[in-house]
Design a protein around this ligand. Structure first.
Ligand code: ADP
Ligand code: MG
Length: 769
């Protein structure tokens, strides 16, 4: 363990939750010991330790010093939390080198060497007859060397937590073995357990590094461009009166990204990774945003476009104006959210943890019964009767070993953290293990239409005033006036359709003809406002059918437009109907492909929810291939639709843009928001956020979530199955103690490696392209 560098999240917010980065945990059991020990401190509300991320969260009014002191007392350490996130994760050394790094693991290694003679001649090759009293001495030495740290932490758990944890059980088992004369067994239990713990710590560290390596892609340095402003030296020269100095050349300086402020200018050369989120103020290029959004195709970026830290600049040289501090870059926020996601435990994990908590005491109780009942009640041998079967005391001691829940406890978190990290690397931010599990169970998906299935950038197709003088689509004065009136009201609206009208009136140069006030949205139906003392209404055909008479011919024209997938908007002033405007949005190709893939993935109910009219909705629905369309829904109607779908089919996911769909997203079992990276709102509000601005990663996310749940089930089965098998062997007198330890170590390793396979999932899954 290196420097005893201390730092606490904050002294100021002692009422809030505090976070500590823990060092020195080898096994998921350490997390439980820490939780219990810290929770006993006065003023601690709750304490949660995540073994996978090494984070400890403590709620309550406790002083950070007492928490740190207790952590140390329990035999662990606290690392500085506010050191910048280690970008270039230090590579994990090879296993032997890893063992050599720390005292405890060095002792384990030494113990392993000492136990070898005993293992060979007493346990494996007894028929050679080379058993010698000296072997017992080396075995006991091995037990003491490898077991010292374990016995110490057992003692701490007993003294501080008043808890019988796995270290206590291992210590009892191995001392017990020595007591009944099985010296080599006693040594082996300690050595194997210590090596196993080290191995588990090693694989956990590798998993953590693999995850950080996936995520930490933004460079740590940037080239800052400095332009001399209000140059004191040249002021007054050649009529220079201030502002950017024409005499000083811009300087360039390589600085750490942490030193950059919002508004700084940085230079990104072709082929370089972009170090900061920023806006292009000079140059143009294509940018590969795959590390953030998962999109494999490069995106063209021009003056004024936003780019993200971690993306790769391809052919052009760019000058950017920095828009976020390094810690607030999109990629940093994603990393942070992924780390926080581990804290929201999935129901599967909670179940496993709860089971593990009763499992150990139950097996210990069984061990006590096994030692007592058969000898007392049936007169069975308490000590070893002969070499082939074991006595009941031995069996009881071996059961203590079987009580270790390590493999079981580690089986779920490793799988979840691997899957969540993998998803993030592919532009899918899953905000907690619980949501990953929920996503795997989704039976039906609902989609918002505008901006989700469609591009969300509608365009005006046709303007037709009642008094229109043309038959075609040429501009005429009454139509221009109609558009001008409508856009005056829409200027104050945030609906995508409003944007279309405003753009069209600007194109015709009539956007300033009228001004509107008292503009009110008729949510899901339209908008109205006052223009020159008269109420101007722009609304859906349905709304006009209910509220305002309009000529039959326009009614038919509106229906025809709707049949073609366009949305007709009708306009009135006071009680007078003035005409209609049709607007069309384009269906994204990626939506069609995503819907198709979701069907293949076995989600049979794909439903479009929209406030738009029935005919338009049907047309768009047919184009993207959804299985069902529910149209003319007001926002409350969308909520009801979600409820109805859940009752009809089961767990529902709702996919929307996260801005005007927030209530429906919240009501669904999984709320999935889609939005270009950096749309803070989408990232913040949804359970799952798609960072690319389309649905192409959705099928991948669904398949990954299912793979994760499958892996967890397999892992739980492996660890429980092995335990059960050994329990039976031990009870029959056939299983040895050291084999039981070996099985547990093997199982832990197996489930960890199996969980880590989820890091590399897309190669076998197909990633949607
Ligand atoms: P969606 O479910 O497709 O996102 P909304 O519920 O936002 O649609 O709106 C439903 C319908 O209400 C639109 O198709 C449109 O006809 C009408 N509407 C809503 N807002 C406006 C507006 N600002 N201007 C004109 N029409 C609007
Ligand atoms: Mg909408």
């Amino acid at each position: 363990m290196t420097g005893v560098e201390l730092s606490y999240n904050s002294y100021m917010n002692m009422l809030d939750e505090q976070q500590f980065q823990i060092r020195g945990m080898d096994c998921a059991n350490c997390a439980a010991t820490l939780e219990k020990g810290v929770a006993q401190l006065a003023g601690v509300g709750q304490c949660h330790v995540n073994f996978a991320t090494e984070m400890m969260r403590v709620g309550g009014t406790v002083a950070p010093e007492s928490v740190v002191a207790r952590v140390r007392e329990l035999g662990y350490d606290v690392a500085a939390t506010d050191t910048p996130r280690d970008a270039a994760a230090t590579p994990t050394p090879r296993f032997l080198a890893f063992l050599w790094q720390q005292r405890d693991t060095r002792l384990a290694l030494l113990g392993a060497i000492l136990i070898l003679p005993g293992l060979l001649f007493n346990e494996l090759l007894p028929f050679l007859g080379w058993e010698h009293p000296l072997l017992n001495v080396t075995s006991i030495a091995a037990m003491m060397v490898a077991g010292y740290p374990i016995a110490m932490s057992a003692w701490r758990a007993l003294r501080i937590n008043r808890e019988i944890n796995i270290n206590v059980l291992m210590t009892i088992a191995s001392l017990g073995a020595v007591a009944i004369g099985a010296y080599t067994e006693g040594g082996l239990v300690m050595v194997l357990f210590a090596i196993g713990e080290a191995l588990e710590g090693y694989t956990a560290q590798r998993a953590r590094n693999a995850i950080r390596a996936l995520m930490a892609v933004a460079p740590q340095e940037a080239v800052r461009r400095h332009v001399c402003v209000d140059c004191a030296e040249h002021l007054g020269q050649d009529g220079y009166t201030g502002g950017p100095c024409p005499f000083c050349p811009p300087s360039e300086q390589r600085v750490s990204v942490a030193a950059l402020a919002v508004g700084d200018e940085i230079i990104v050369k072709p082929g370089e990774r972009i170090p900061m989120d920023g806006v292009i103020i000079s140059g143009a290029s294509s940018v590969n945003q795959a590390p953030i959004t998962g999109e494999s195709m490069p995106v063209t970026k021009r003056l004024g476009d936003e780019v993200y830290a971690g993306a790769i600049n391809l052919e052009g040289a760019l000058i950017l104006r920095v828009t976020h501090l390094a810690a607030d870059n999109t990629i940093s926020r994603v990393i942070q959210m992924v780390e926080e996601a581990q804290e929201k435990r999935a129901p599967a994990q909670r179940l496993v943890d709860r089971f593990a908590r009763v499992y150990t005491p139950a097996v210990v109780a069984l061990a006590v019964l096994v030692a007592a009942i058969p000898p007392l009640v049936w007169g069975q041998p308490f000590l070893n009767p002969d070499a082939t079967t074991h006595g009941w005391l031995y069996r009881a001691l071996a059961l203590l070993v079987v009580a270790c829940p390590c493999a079981l406890v580690i089986s779920t978190p490793v799988s979840l953290i691997s899957a969540i990290s993998n998803a993030a690397r592919h532009g899918v931010l899953v905000k907690g293990g619980a949501f990953l599990e929920a996503l795997a169970g989704v039976r039906v998906m609902a989609f918002d239409k505008t901006g989700t299935l469609t591009a969300g950038k509608p365009m005006v197709v046709m303007v037709r005033a009642v008094e229109c003088r043309h038959s075609g689509n040429e501009n005429c004065e009454p139509c221009d006036d109609l558009l001008a009136l409508a856009s005056a009201v829409e200027q104050r609206s945030e609906h995508p359709m409003a944007y279309a009208l405003v753009q069209a009136s600007a194109a015709r140069g009539v956007q300033h003809r009228y001004a509107a006030d008292d503009v009110t949205a008729l949510v899901g139906r339209g908008v109205w406002g006052q223009v020159n003392g008269q109420r101007v209404t722009v609304g859906s055909h349905g709304y006009f059918d209910e509220e305002l008479p309009h000529p039959q011919i326009d009614c038919l024209a509106a229906e025809e437009a709707a049949g073609n997938g366009q949305t007709p908007l009708l306009v009135s002033m006071g009680e007078d109907y003035l005409g209609y405007i049709t607007v069309a949005d384009t269906v994204r190709d990626s939506s069609r492909a995503a819907i198709q893939e979701l069907k293949q993935a076995g989600i049979h109910h794909l439903i479009m929810l929209t406030g738009d009219n029935e005919a338009t909705a049907r047309q768009v629905g047919a184009e993207v291939g959804v299985t069902e369309v529910r149209a003319e829904l007001l926002p409350a109607g969308k909520l009801q639709a979600i409820e109805a779908l859940r009752q009809q089919y089961g767990p529902v996911a709702m996919v929307g843009d996260g801005i005007n769909d927030a209530p429906a997203l919240a009501r669904a079992d999984v709320g999935i928001a889609m939005g270009a990276a950096g749309t803070a709102q989408a990232m913040e509000t949804a359970d799952v956020a798609l960072l690319s601005d389309d649905l192409s990663r959705l099928p991948f996310a669904v398949r990954l979530s299912r793979a994760a749940m499958r892996t967890i089930r397999v892992n739980v089965a492996i660890s429980l199955g092995l335990k059960l098998a050994f329990m039976l062997l031990v009870l029959q007198g056939a299983g040895t103690m050291w084999m039981a330890v070996l099985a547990d170590v093997g199982a832990s390793l197996l489930v960890t490696l199996n969980g880590m396979r989820l890091l590399r999932r897309p190669t076998t899954l197909g990633d949607g392209h």
